[in-house]
Design a protein around this ligand. Structure first.
Ligand SMILES: N=C(N)NCCCC(=O)O
Ligand SMILES: [Zn+2]
Ligand SMILES: [Zn+2]
Length: 351
């Protein structure tokens, strides 16, 4: 049996996603082949009407792998690293879990009126394999991996992994764009200084990034923070490090529309990096995470805010802290996959 993938005619040699050997003859016979689309058209996801979406090895949204396309506008890449956590481990299994849940995504996004895989080439770059026993080495490897991928894809959407990885990702983004506005969705500030003397952890990436001059201090913001802090000085430090805050309570009190206006005004025209810790969602919406906090956003609120950023200059994004061991019925992974899909949609060219 031949090994071409019905929707990836250009990728016949190593088509990874559709498990072609499992496709019935009628499916492979229906393959329209390379003539179906102009050579320059993006290679899209496997067609779920031809190959059941539960068949085959999971790439994000059943997209082609990066090595199977000439280049990409966006590469989705996993970073299975969780050696920086302060509480429950397990986010190292996040990328695979999110890819599994992303099988159900469909090609047209009515909420943004865009087909995000048709107007740009999106591909799955697999995972960066980084050292789980040495945080400094892992962080250097994430930065090097992100920079190397930058030669083959214009932008990265990174699936974590714990929030430590935002630091090397911002280093890589800074090398390309200079200081960026960081829009950080999280229950936590993640601008703390050290844990057990360690400066690079999942609670500290944005303090380090600010100290290193990676972020635009006039345009960065946390959204969805809540819960207990170590002391009131945490907030003073955070403001000094360059972040405005829209808390989870602000969203309840003033409404999503008002908070969107604040966010948009804060970002202005700055190049924008979006970092989404899935624990920004209430544990009812995202139980599968390492440091859950009560009183969070609904997934509907988060998705709506992301949709309002489509006209901003988004230069990269991450979705982190999905820890499948605490997930139920893929709740957290479904939320994370939709969050990534809205980000990719917001990056898509319009018109
Ligand atoms: N980045 C996440 N998810 N959590 C940071 C929590 C740090 C702490 O234990 O105080
Ligand atoms: Zn968090
Ligand atoms: Zn975080």
């Amino acid at each position: 049996m031949h090994t071409s993938n019905p929707e990836h005619p250009d990728a016949a040699a190593s088509a990874p996603t559709a498990s072609p050997a499992a496709a019935p003859a009628s499916v492979t016979a229906a393959t329209s082949g390379p003539a179906a689309a102009p050579a320059s058209a993006p290679v899209g996801p496997v067609d779920a009407s031809r190959v059941p979406r539960f068949a085959g090895i999971a790439t994000f949204a059943r997209l082609p792998r990066l090595e199977d396309v000439p280049r990409a506008d966006i590469a989705v890449v996993g970073v299975p690293f969780d050696s920086g956590v302060s509480y429950r481990p397990g986010a190292r299994f996040g990328p695979a879990h999110v890819r599994e849940a992303s099988r159900l995504l469909r090609p047209y996004n009515p909420a943004q009126d865009v087909s995000p895989f048709a107007t740009q080439q999106v591909a799955d770059a697999g995972d960066l394999a980084v050292n789980p026993f040495d945080i400094d080495e892992a962080v250097a490897d994430v930065e090097a991996g992100a920079r190397a991928l930058g030669d083959r894809a214009d932008r990265l959407v990174v699936i974590g992994g714990d929030h430590t990885i935002a630091l090397p990702l911002l280093r890589a983004v800074h090398a390309k764009h200079g200081p960026v506005a960081v829009l950080h969705f999280d229950a936590h500030l993640d601008t703390w200084d050290t844990y057990f003397g360690a400066p690079v952890t999942h609670g500290t990436p944005f303090r380090r990034a600010s100290e290193e001059g990676l972020i635009d201090l006039t345009a960065s913001m946390h959204v969805g923070t809540r819960g207990p802090l170590y002391g009131v000085e945490d907030l003073a430090d955070d403001a000094r490090l360059g972040f405005a805050i829209a808390t989870s309570e602000d969203i309840e009190e003033h409404g999503v529309a008002a908070v969107i206006e604040r966010i948009r005004a804060r970002i202005g025209d700055a190049p924008l990096y979006i970092s989404i810790d899935i624990d920004v969602l209430d544990p009812a919406h995202a139980p599968g995470t390492g440091t859950p906090e009560a009183g969070g956003l609904t997934s509907r609120e988060l998705l709506r805010i992301l949709r309002a950023l489509a006209d901003k200059r988004i230069v990269g994004a991450d979705v982190v802290e999905v820890a499948p061991a605490y997930d139920h019925a893929q709740l957290t992974a479904v939320a994370a996959s939709h969050v990534a899909y809205e980000l990719i949609s917001a990056m898509a060219p319009r018109g």
